[in-house]
Ligand binder design. Structure first.
Ligand code: HEC
Length: 278
């Protein structure tokens, strides 16, 4: 873990030093909650209490309400990057201690309210239960990105995929859609690329774009699958490989919709894998 942390710090430093290039990615390590509050100033630097339906504690279709303490995400992002982070076509990458990356288009922050939280309001440990049998509770700090999902059934159905925790740094840069939709691929696959981004690319990659947690190239992996095996693996990974750390696809959605997403991803990745490499 130390080595990975160091490598990331170096990578972030390299990115920072090239920040003058026009399309540069800008990276910011998050300070401690207290330092962040000071940086935000007296008006917005007062941590607020927010209530959300916690997707990581979903049990038998029910998400408990949990109250957290933190800062509005848009204020934090403006403090880190200046107001320019909102430019259309950019995306934010939230990096976790273990290399998990959540890529979130900036447009989402105009549609929904989000907070970067750092504690529970009730003073209990800042963690969620682990749903793996015998698993230890999962710490959420230093920072956890939560969304105002109480009035949005769409956000509730989406689950916790865009709720990165253990966040240590944030990048903002141009969206890497060109990796997911290279020239030669029909634009009608844009929806499938977006599904891959939401459901798969925090852990896996497509053509080098995506997360570090399990950096398999999905457009290469898909070649080894027929349609039925693919669907089973995505919808019920534990039935194929008991104890696997791969989560089932979008568990909050109805079964036909989950199956449709799996099929759509299969068609998209097979088509992509038949294109010449970059
Ligand atoms: C939270 C991280 C995470 C997410 C999100 C995720 N996976 Fe995985 N995936 C894993 C892990 C971990 C493994 C290795 C599992 C194992 O070997 O038990 C894996 C393995 C795989 C494999 C290789 C299986 C093999 O043949 O060894 C494929 C293919 C795959 N995932 C596809 C997907 C697709 C498609 C999505 C999106 C619908 C997805 N994954 C979402 C973590 C994830």
């Amino acid at each position: 873990m130390k080595a990975a942390w160091f490598a990331r710090a170096v990578a972030a430093a390299l990115v920072m030093s090239s920040a003058c290039a026009a399309t540069a990615v800008r990276a910011a390590e998050l300070p401690t909650p207290a330092a962040l509050g000071a940086q935000l100033g007296p008006r917005i630097g007062q941590a607020v209490t927010v209530a959300v339906l916690e997707p990581h504690l979903k049990h038998e279709g029910h998400m408990p309400e949990v109250r957290y303490v933190g800062y509005p995400a848009d204020a934090v992002l403006t403090a880190l990057f200046g107001p320019g982070w909102r430019s259309p076509g950019q995306e934010l990458t939230f990096r976790a201690l273990d290399g998990f990356m959540s890529r979130i288009p900036v447009e989402r922050f105009a549609q929904h309210r989000a907070w970067l939280v750092h504690a529970r309001a009730d003073g209990r440990p800042f963690q969620v239960d682990n749903d793996q049998p015998g698993g230890k509770p999962v710490p959420l700090g230093p920072f956890y990105l939560v969304w105002d999902n109480r009035s949005s059934t769409a956000l509730q159905a989406e689950g916790g995929m865009q709720w990165p925790y253990q966040v240590v740094s944030v990048d903002v840069g141009p969206s890497s859609t060109h990796a997911l939709l290279p020239a030669g691929l029909a634009a009608t696959y844009a929806d499938a690329a977006a599904l891959a981004r939401t459901h798969c690319l925090s852990c896996h990659r497509i053509r080098g774009y995506g997360g570090d947690k399990m950096p398999l190239e999905l457009d290469v992996m898909v070649r080894g699958y027929d349609r039925a095996t693919w669907r089973r693996w995505l919808l019920e990974p534990a039935s194929v490989r008991p104890g696997t750390a791969m989560p089932p696809l979008a568990e909050g959605l109805p079964a036909p919709e989950r199956a449709a997403i799996a099929q759509r991803l299969y068609d998209y990745l097979q088509t992509l894998s038949a294109l010449p490499a970059r």
